[in-house]
Design a protein around this ligand. Structure first.
Ligand SMILES: C[S@@+](CC[C@H](N)C(=O)[O-])C[C@H]1O[C@@H](n2cnc3c(N)ncnc32)[C@H](O)[C@@H]1O
Length: 340
């Protein structure tokens, strides 16, 4: 791609993601099949304005997520479009609905101001409370957020299982996932290692809403139980702790508070796995360096290098051991042990 074309593609990136967002939000991706359907029926069945719906579907087709037939304004799904269906095993629909939805759309406008005044967490500036408090007071956002975390996990769980494929779990009997959301990762770990008995520590609204919880869906409720709680107060005892996309939500001071709390509850030689997008060396482009800006907008947190995680661990009583990566290196699993 030429410099001009790639710059154009970045400048109009938001147009593209908003077009896909509208397709997901209005049910277009879930509705379309590989058999072309005419726009009149699509609009009628999805309760859309036919003229506007045609224009959106034409734009979605230009992006490759649907196909417009040359005759009669008929549309079908493409293989690219399948990944935006709710029921696709690796669905990205949840991620799209959260990250391009109205709450997260609004917070990015604070970015130029934040890099001047150094005050991050645009979510709080925009809504007067942090993201998790907002989620606890807004059930629609909470549902979109939790579904999105499962949608992220559809990618991440496979990567974690790959990264830990040669890990010896035989001496681990209890696993506690802190902030495990709908439990996608925990459930898949319990399903693969059937001697594990575990807990998922979550905030009350997440524990209350079990509609899309993975332990129930996978019939693992007896071995993978939800515990209502707050990681800033107290966590249960376990041989192994897992935290995926947790520490990146919080400042260094807050991360140390969480890690110290886990340390207090953990038995000797307990392990901790921290799953995050890890920032690699300066010259290497990496998704973590973009996700870091989203964390600047949405939270008090950040994406960190291995050296930064090592510092947090040593300041809270944990000894860094190693980092396990899947082939893609998109995420990493940092392993540490309680050193007394
Ligand atoms: C970014 S999400 C990650 C969810 C899940 N680990 C994943 O990767 O899909 C952060 C999770 O932490 C939970 N959480 C936030 N504050 C918490 C707290 N004080 N105690 C326990 N869980 C908390 C949220 O409810 C949310 O599910």
């Amino acid at each position: 791609m030429s410099e001009f074309d790639s710059t154009i593609s970045f400048i109009f990136g938001r147009w593209k993601s908003q077009i896909l967002y509208t397709g997901a939000k209005s049910g277009i991706f879930d509705y379309l099949t590989t058999n072309p359907v005419d726009i009149h029926h699509i609009a009628q069945d999805l309760n859309l304005n036919e003229i506007m719906a045609y224009r959106i579907l034409r734009a979605i087709s230009t992006l490759g997520y649907a196909k417009e037939e040359n005759d009669g304004r008929r549309f079908s799904i493409t293989s690219l479009g399948e990944i935006l269906k709710k029921d696709h095993p690796q669905t990205l629909q949840g991620v799209l609905l959260l990250e391009e939805g109205p709450e997260h759309y609004q917070i990015w406008k604070h970015l130029p101001r934040m890099i001047k005044d150094g005050q991050q967490n645009a979510f709080s500036s925009e809504y007067g409370m942090d993201l998790f408090e907002y989620a606890s007071k807004n059930s629609e956002y909470s549902k979109i957020f939790n579904d999105a975390m499962s949608s992220y996990s559809a990618m991440h769980t496979t990567m974690v299982l790959e990264a830990l494929n040669n890990y010896d779990f035989t001496n681990i009997s209890s696993l506690c996932e802190i902030g495990g959301g709908q439990g996608h990762l925990s459930s898949h770990l319990h399903s693969k290692y059937d001697h594990l008995n575990g807990t998922i520590l979550e905030l009350e609204p997440v524990v209350r809403n079990q509609e899309n919880s993975w332990p129930s869906k996978m019939g693992l409720q007896d071995r993978c139980k939800y515990i209502k709680g707050n990681m800033f107060d107290q966590v249960p005892s376990a041989d192994l702790y897992m935290m995926k996309m947790i520490l990146h939500d919080w400042s260094d001071k807050e991360c140390i508070q969480i890690l110290v709390n886990i340390h207090k509850a953990a038995p000797d030689k307990a392990r901790i796995f921290i799953v995050e997008h890890i920032v690699p060396e300066p010259s290497q482009p990496h998704f973590s360096k973009l996700f870091d800006i989203h964390m600047m907008c949405a939270t008090t947190g950040r994406e960190r290098t291995i050296a930064e995680y090592k510092t947090l661990l040593s300041q809270s009583g944990w000894k860094y051991l190693q980092t396990h990566y899947p082939n893609s290196k998109m995420i990493g699993v940092i392993e540490a042990v309680k050193n007394g």
